[in-house]
Design a protein around this ligand. Structure first.
Ligand code: R5P
Length: 351
């Protein structure tokens, strides 16, 4: 195996214990703003340092992941169908290898739909992607996607995983099932288990534990982390199984302890406006800036003053604030009033 490929793979599957904890946030590529992943930047920020790698689309990587991160990116490069379209299995490769390299991808990920209408297309695409990625030493992760009509049993998943490996995938992501050992044993490359739909935290930890025990190198978990009430507590608990060899009880106790601490911290904190609203000008006056520079609000939203009135700058020029500084309210920051003191008038009702 070439040095680059080996090096990238070892950033995803840690060589000291042959384990991997991948955080999946790529769901929007066919689900749009799915529940609790409406604002990817906000979801990713507190979790990024707790995963070994992030499974992401290029759009979310560019807009919502700081380029300063040292967490490896597993870039989803397939797509084309939506949850409301005719057939989810009709996927193609949507990202060029050049763009993947620009994004410094540590691996490329795509789905194959074995047994579906577009089986041929997706399996051939996997072969082509592997050929292309191999030229640059970039590993490919094949996702064995499961349509509604297809079972998630060991027979089906063994077929799909083995086919992915035969096409040259370096890692296969699949679902856990009964007799999962059989799936692992008949697949010559490492297997990572997808979390699936949100289930109670303890059950998701059990799934993680069972997957590792059956021979998976790790999990690529999404909804069961960021749809949890306590995502950081949850990813730490998952991590304690993947990397700390905790059993389910130990991991669940860790989750409860961290969740409890998190709840306490939240209720002790002063009110911070989490509404993601743009900076609100206290004076109720339209923001009038003499510099003739356009409003550089990074969120691309117009500056909204409390009065909800349009900008009344007579000259019809864009909203410009007096200080000549761009409005840098990035929308994820708590509202800071002029005195820089937290707003004490309203209790924080948000969790
Ligand atoms: C879905 O299409 C994506 O491949 C996800 O990365 C995958 O399903 C893992 O996320 P979750 O744990 O939410 O199932």
């Amino acid at each position: 195996m070439d040095w680059g490929l080996k090096n990238r793979l070892s950033s995803i599957i840690k060589p000291n214990n042959n384990r991997a904890l991948m955080l999946a946030v790529d769901h929007g590529y066919f689900l749009g703003p799915t529940e609790k992943l409406e604002n990817p930047a906000k979801v990713i920020a507190p979790l990024l340092k707790h995963c070994d790698s992030l499974m992401v689309t290029r759009g979310v990587q560019r807009t919502s992941v700081p380029a300063t991160t040292d967490t490896p990116m597993v870039l989803r490069v397939s797509g084309g169908s939506s949850i409301i379209g005719d057939d989810l299995s009709q996927e193609d490769i949507t990202v060029s290898i050049e763009d993947a390299i620009r994004l410094n991808a540590s691996a490329l990920a795509m789905s194959i739909f074995v047994g579906s209408k577009y089986e041929y297309q997706t399996v051939v695409n996997l072969g082509k992607l592997v050929s292309e990625a191999q030229k640059y030493g970039i590993p490919v992760l094949a996702v064995t996607a499961v349509g509604k009509e297809l079972g998630k049993d060991a027979r089906y998943l063994s077929l799909a995983c083995r086919m992915a490996a035969e096409q040259g995938a370096n890692i296969v992501k699949t679902y856990y099932c009964e007799n999962f050992e059989k799936v692992v044993q008949s697949c010559p490359v490492p297997i990572i288990v997808a979390g699936g739909k949100k289930i109670p935290e303890r059950d998701a930890l059990q799934l993680t534990y069972n997957s590792i025990k059956a021979g998976a190198v790790g999990v690529d978990i999404g909804r069961n982390v960021w749809q949890s009430e306590h995502p950081v507590a949850m990813i730490k608990a998952v991590r304690s199984i993947v990397h700390g060899n905790s059993n389910v009880e130990q991991a669940f106790n860790l989750y409860k302890k961290l969740a409890n601490e998190n709840s306490k911290n939240k209720s002790n904190k002063p009110n911070q406006n989490k509404s993601n609203k743009p900076n609100q000008n206290k004076s109720n006056k339209p923001n009038q800036n003499k510099s003739n520079k356009p409003n550089q609000n990074k969120s691309n939203k117009p500056n909204q003053n409390k009065s909800n009135k349009p900008n009344q700058n007579k000259s019809n020029k864009p909203n410009q604030n007096k200080s000549n500084k761009p409005n840098q309210n990035k929308s994820n920051k708590p509202n800071q009033n002029k005195s820089n003191k937290p707003n004490k008038t309203k209790p924080n009702t948000k969790k």
